[in-house]
Every structure is written in structure tokens, then in C-alpha cells.
Design a protein around this ligand. Structure first.
Ligand code: HEC
Length: 265
């Protein structure tokens, strides 16, 4: 009887230890496998960072994924196969730190599940789990991702209120309600070509300038030294805005008033 009781206590103890152990293991594994690059606490000195702090990473993950299961799956997958297209962080993060190197070989999928579950439980800004906020964020993100006009760092000075004509026209290209004729299509393609080409060039110089300014600002450079770069950036963005407005003007001249109204409604 006494033996049975002891055995039961021991059994309960084993279950208890293994349950608690899972989260402890998650933390220990994180320390071993991830903490070299990702800090657990907000760092005092941002300039020495070599990867984004984990609470920031989790904020993005939780805004994107509604359930722990999905979040864990994303983290595990990302740690083994990091890809720019899958990253949830801001593009500037990758510009600054570079893409995360794959951790394949240094951590197993099983270990990652423990690490990711611990991360999810540990870094939990409750407000970001609110579904409305997540939805707003995703909507903003969806908008950001659509084509040149709103690509991650918009090249334009005016980022809302002006229609993105080439994109809207493309959506209804063969739609009988819009009813584009052949001549219109040809002209529209020419406008599109001209617009896209100018914007591509501007976009890459804008991104270069932004990356430079961000890097210098984060290194603690004297703001006065950035003045010229900021001026250059604003001139490029002004140019992109002119291209945008020209495109609206040219497109409107190709379409009939009815077609224009259909597109803008
Ligand atoms: C050698 C440094 C390094 C190590 C080790 C490392 N990371 Fe990263 N990690 C980075 C960098 C740099 C980024 C930011 C760039 C990016 O998102 O790819 C990042 C970003 C991330 C992101 C965010 C991805 C996104 O959506 O943008 C997750 C999640 C992540 N790491 C998980 C982990 C986990 C889990 C481990 C441990 C198993 C780990 N990392 C180990 C450098 C590292």
C-alpha cells in the first residue's frame, strides 16, 4: 500500500516535471540556439544589435497569426528556411541586419517547436492579440504589398487619396463593363510602360538613400551630415509623385468619362 502510494507520488512528480520541463527547455534551448543574435530584453544600446530583439519579432508574429499553433509553425519554418518573401518584419529590418541565416543543422524541428511555444508564451503583448488590431495591420500590410505604388517603402509623397491607375486599369483589362477597345489598350500599355520604368529607377535610388540614412541615423551620425541625403531623398520622392500624377492625367485622357467613372467609383 505504502509502495503504491509512493509510486503514485513519483508518477505525478514525473508528469509535473515533464510538463514544466517543456517550457523550461524552450527557454534553455532559446538561450543556446537563438540568444546569440536575438536579445530577450529591450536593449539599452540599439547600435550593437545584430538581429531584432525577440519581443519585436513576436509582436509582428502575433499580429499576423491568430493562434499559437500557426505562430509556432511560422517561427519553426522561418528559422529553418528564412526567406525575404515570408518575413513579417519591416523591410528596413532586413536591410539593416541582412536575412537571418538558416538555423538548419544547429537546431531540430522538435527543439524549434519548444522554443517557439516558449517564445509565444513569453512575449505576449496582450493588445496585439486583439483581433481588430490584427485585422487593421493585415489590411495595411496587404495595401503595402500591392504593386509599385505602395511597395514596402512608398516612393511617393502622397500615399493615399490618389488612385493607382495602371493597377486599377489592369484589374479590369478585359472586363466588358469597362469595355476597353484595342486602340485604348495600346495607349494604356504605353503609359504603363513609361510609368513603371521611371518608377523602378526612382524606387531603387529611393531605397538606397533610405537605407543609407537609416544606417547613418542608427549609428548616431550628426544629423547635419544627413541633410544633403534627406534633400536628395525628398527630390526623388517628389519626382516619383510627378510620375504618379502624370500617369493619372495620361490615363484619364485615354478613357471616356464613363470608363473613368467606372474605375474610380
Ligand atoms: C546568426 C544570428 C541569428 C540567429 C542565431 C537566429 N536568428 Fe532569428 N533573425 C536573425 C536576423 C538578422 C533576423 C532579421 C532578418 C530576418 O527577418 O530574416 C532574424 C529574424 C527572426 C525572425 C523574424 C522573421 C520575420 O518574420 O521577419 C524569427 C521568427 C526568428 N528570427 C527566429 C529565430 C529563432 C527561433 C532562432 C533560434 C532557433 C533564431 N532566430 C536564431 C538572426 C539570427
Amino acid at each position: 500500500m505504502k509502495f503504491k502510494f509512493m509510486a503514485m507520488i513519483a508518477g505525478v512528480y514525473v508528469v509535473f516535471v515533464s510538463l514544466c520541463g517543456a517550457s523550461q527547455n524552450g527557454e534553455i534551448l532559446f538561450e543556446k540556439k537563438c540568444a546569440n543574435c536575438h536579445t530577450k530584453v529591450r536593449p539599452g544600446d540599439m547600435s550593437t544589435l545584430i538581429a531584432p530583439p525577440m519581443m519585436g519579432v513576436m509582436r509582428h508574429v502575433k499580429m499576423q497569426y491568430a493562434t499559437k499553433e500557426d505562430a509556432v509553425q511560422f517561427i519553426t519554418e522561418y528559422a529553418l528556411h528564412p526567406q525575404k518573401e515570408n518575413a513579417l518584419c519591416m523591410p528596413q529590418t532586413i536591410d539593416r541586419f541582412g536575412l537571418m541565416p538558416s538555423q538548419e543543422g544547429s537546431v531540430t524541428k522538435g527543439e524549434l517547436d519548444l522554443i517557439a511555444a516558449w517564445m509565444y508564451d513569453t512575449f505576449s503583448p496582450a493588445n496585439f492579440r486583439d483581433s481588430q488590431q490584427r485585422q487593421n495591420f493585415n489590411q495595411a500590410r496587404g495595401k503595402q504589398n500591392s504593386k509599385i505604388a505602395n511597395s514596402p517603402s512608398s516612393p511617393f509623397l502622397i500615399t493615399s487619396g490618389l488612385p493607382h491607375m495602371t493597377q486599377t486599369v489592369a484589374e479590369y483589362w478585359d472586363d466588358s463593363r469597362l469595355g476597353l477597345n484595342r486602340a485604348q489598350k495600346e495607349k494604356l500599355l504605353a503609359v504603363r510602360k513609361k510609368t513603371v520604368r521611371s518608377l523602378q529607377n526612382l524606387k531603387s535610388s529611393i531605397q538606397e538613400l533610405e537605407t543609407k540614412i537609416i544606417a547613418l541615423a542608427m549609428q548616431g551620425s550628426d544629423p547635419k551630415e544627413l541633410t544633403q541625403l534627406i534633400k536628395d531623398l525628398s527630390e526623388k520622392k517628389a519626382e516619383a509623385t510627378r510620375v504618379h500624377i502624370n500617369c493619372i492625367y495620361d490615363t484619364s485622357n485615354i478613357l471616356t468619362p464613363e470608363q473613368l467613372q467606372f474605375l474610380l467609383q
